[in-house]
Design a protein around this ligand. Structure first.
Ligand code: ADP
Ligand code: MG
Length: 650
């Protein structure tokens, strides 16, 4: 038989060539099986005659006018399996599936009319006995063709398969690892009707796919009755999923989204049967009723789909699992091929006529083929969402940056103009700018942290200087004898940020700024080292926490500077300095003493001093002056050294 597929008169041909038509009719081919041995034995007559390659003449046995039916192709009993494969147009569907369309091939007809034979060949003669290659059906031949086609495509393609049956209105997975159990059929907007928890197996070779087919065929429900010794008692759907990998730069698909790519589904329907004719009883009868009900629902849907007012009418796809799973193929976005199978026997004429009527009506049903949106096609929408997110992030970062850096707004402007050129450019631009802003913010944050650290160190120094000033005053009041001059009195201030080191007795700490020994009182172990200097006894009843810290200046009995009576202003002032410098509350190392009138002069250039350097200078100045007064030295202004260049004695 000559291969079909000519552009003439085949509306779906244009689909294959790329000019997608808004509406494509279901393609129908008719296969008339040869008379079988039993029919010949019974001397049954044929009522069907092929006229040309597309028309079938039906001659009623009792006389009467012939009825003609025209299909895409009519294949009589003499046609081989290979002829059917080449003529039915399944390769066109394979091509469309490779291009991302959802395609369905299904066989339709009375029980025993050759549906299963057309799709998969004769029933296996034994477990593990393969069908002879010459008798292989449309499915095996399409598998071989598709695998070969994929190999020659030159692009990576993922191939997966699922196989299910609808038996007594229950969906069962024929590839499940355990015993088949009913699976739910669900609907959602993206996927339409689909079976949940269905096992989908990836395969790379024809052998694997053939094994999957054999596995499914062997698990499918079959029974023997009068008209068919291996009658399928279920509708079986084998689906091949053809996936093309998404381009690398594309974002990943959303989880739960069906894989982009085409589908090629083979549906072997169970045949309609007259229970009286098949002699079905018991379970067989129940199965037959269930099969007939779902086929009735299918016929009803096809009738309604032919209604010119169909846009307004409701198509009851939900009436059966079969119509649910074929909804897309019949009235949706799929491309569909129906192979109607009939028996030539005049005995089966009523069922044959019924099949022919349905088949000829089905070819007037149209679908709107549409390739599932690939990641590339979805990209603009995804880009848009991503762009909005990036814009939002960008705005937030910009705000943050503007708060930290007042020059920020000037950085935009020119970039925006460039970014408006196109969507991709814009996205790229936002990503770059976000990256830059993130870096800038992290730099600013680290320099802020550095500044804070520095502030902390400086404030500690201020506290230390304050402490020394207080101790110097205390010393001079207690011991008017001149103290040995500190070497650092005559040297410029070293830029020293060191904190006081631990005691290096017998006599001293080191000065944190000049490293000269600190005053005796500063040593926390002075009681051991300098017994001649009386230590400050804790006032009776004074809680330990209220005792002066180890570094506090000693006091002589009755002194006004005794810790118990120490001016609150002395403490709060030092704390105020530190708080001013750090901007944070400074937790005192000892609890504040009771508030009292300040008995020591308030430091000049204190809390309101314009900057740290000035404050430090003022402190040094005061300390220097105080010491000179105590030592009877002339004021620094009269000496060789300026007050700012001296440090308090240690
Ligand atoms: P259905 O699936 O429609 O119920 P089957 O495909 O099982 O029918 O076919 C019924 C019987 O007819 C099987 O034994 C099958 O081998 C045989 N048969 C069907 N079609 C052909 C054909 N074209 N050539 C030879 N035998 C066929
Ligand atoms: Mg069958």
């Amino acid at each position: 038989m000559e291969e079909r597929g000519s552009p003439d008169g085949d509306p779906a041909w244009n689909l294959e060539q790329g000019s997608e038509r808004p509406e494509t009719p279901i393609q129908v081919v008719l296969r008339v099986r040869p008379m079988n041995a039993a029919e010949l034995r019974r001397g049954e007559q044929t009522a069907l005659h092929c006229s040309g390659t597309r028309t079938l003449q039906v001659s009623p046995p009792g006389g009467g006018p012939d009825v003609a039916f025209r299909f895409g192709a009519v294949l009589d009993g003499a046609r081989t399996q290979e002829d059917v494969f080449r003529a039915c147009g399944v390769r066109r569907l394979g091509e469309l599936a490779l291009r991302g369309f959802s395609c369905t091939v299904f066989t339709f007809g009375q029980t025993g009319s050759g549906k299963t034979y057309t799709l998969t060949g004769p029933p296996p003669q034994g477990e593990g006995v393969p069908v002879p290659p010459s008798l292989e059906g449309i499915m095996q031949r399409t598998f071989a063709w598709l695998l070969d086609r994929v190999q020659h495509l030159g692009v990576p393609v993922t191939l997966r398969a699922s196989y299910l049956e609808i038996y007594n209105e229950q969906v069962r997975d024929l590839l499940s690892l355990g015993s088949p159990r009913p699976l739910p059929v669900r609907w959602n907007k993206t996927r339409g009707f689909h079976v949940e928890q269905l096992r989908v197996v990836e395969f790379r070779s024809l052998e694997t796919l053939m094994d999957l087919l054999q596995m499914g065929l062997s698990r499918r429900r079959k029974s023997a009755h009068t008209l068919n010794q291996a009658s399928s008692r279920s509708h079986a759907l084998l689906t091949l999923y053809i996936g093309r990998p998404a381009p690398q730069q594309m974002p990943p698909m959303d989880p739960g989204e069906p894989p982009a790519g085409g589908k090629l589904c083979f549906v072997d329907l169970a045949g309609s049967e007259k229970v009286a004719a098949t002699g079905s009883r018991g379970e067989l009868m129940l199965e037959a009723n269930s099969i007939n009900r779902s086929l009735l629902a299918l016929g009803h849907c096809i009738s309604l789909l032919l209604d010119p007012q169909r846009k307004q009418s409701h198509i009851p796809f939900r009436d059966s699992k079969l119509t649910k799973l074929l909804a897309d193929s019949l009235g949706g976005r799929g491309v569909t091929l129906m192979v109607a199978c009939v028996s030539p026997s005049a005995q089966c004429l009523p069922e044959t006529l019924s099949t022919l009527r349905y088949a000829s009506r089905a070819q007037r049903v149209t679908t709107r083929p549409q390739a599932p949106k690939s990641p590339v096609a979805k990209q603009p929408q995804r880009l848009e969402t991503e762009m909005l997110q990036l814009q939002e992030e960008n705005r937030r970062l910009q705000l943050q940056l503007d708060q930290m850096d007042p020059k920020g707004p000037a950085l935009r402007g020119a970039r925006v103009a460039w970014a408006q050129r196109n969507l991709y450019g814009m996205l790229q631009e936002f990503m770059l700018e976000n990256e830059r802003l993130r870096k800038e913010i992290s730099q600013l944050q680290s320099s802020r942290d550095l500044a804070r650290d520095e502030q902390r160190v400086l404030s500690q120094q201020v506290l230390e200087l304050q402490r020394r000033l207080l101790s110097a005053r205390s010393l001079h009041q207690r011991d008017p004898a001149p103290a040995p001059p500190c070497s650092c009195l005559m040297v410029p201030v070293a830029p020293c940020h060191a904190l006081p080191p631990l005691c290096s007795c017998p006599y001293c700490h080191l000065c944190p700024l000049c490293r000269a020994p600190l005053a005796r009182w500063a040593c926390p172990q002075r009681e051991h080292h300098l017994p001649q200097v009386p230590g400050p006894a804790a006032p009776a009843g004074l809680p330990l926490s209220a005792r002066p810290p180890a570094w506090a200046p000693p006091c002589s009995p009755g002194s006004a500077q005794c810790p118990g009576e120490r001016s609150h202003g002395d403490w709060t002032q030092a704390r105020g300095w530190a708080e001013t410098l750090t901007g944070e509350e400074v937790v005192p190392s000892a609890p504040p003493l009771p508030v009292g009138a300040p008995k020591t002069p308030v430091l000049k250039g204190g809390v309101g001093a314009p900057n740290l350097a000035q404050r430090l200078e003022a402190l040094r100045h005061q300390i220097g002056s105080s010491l000179r007064r105590g030592q009877g030295q002339p004021p620094a202004s009269k000496g060789a050294q300026s007050p700012k260049d001296v440090l308090p004695p240690c």
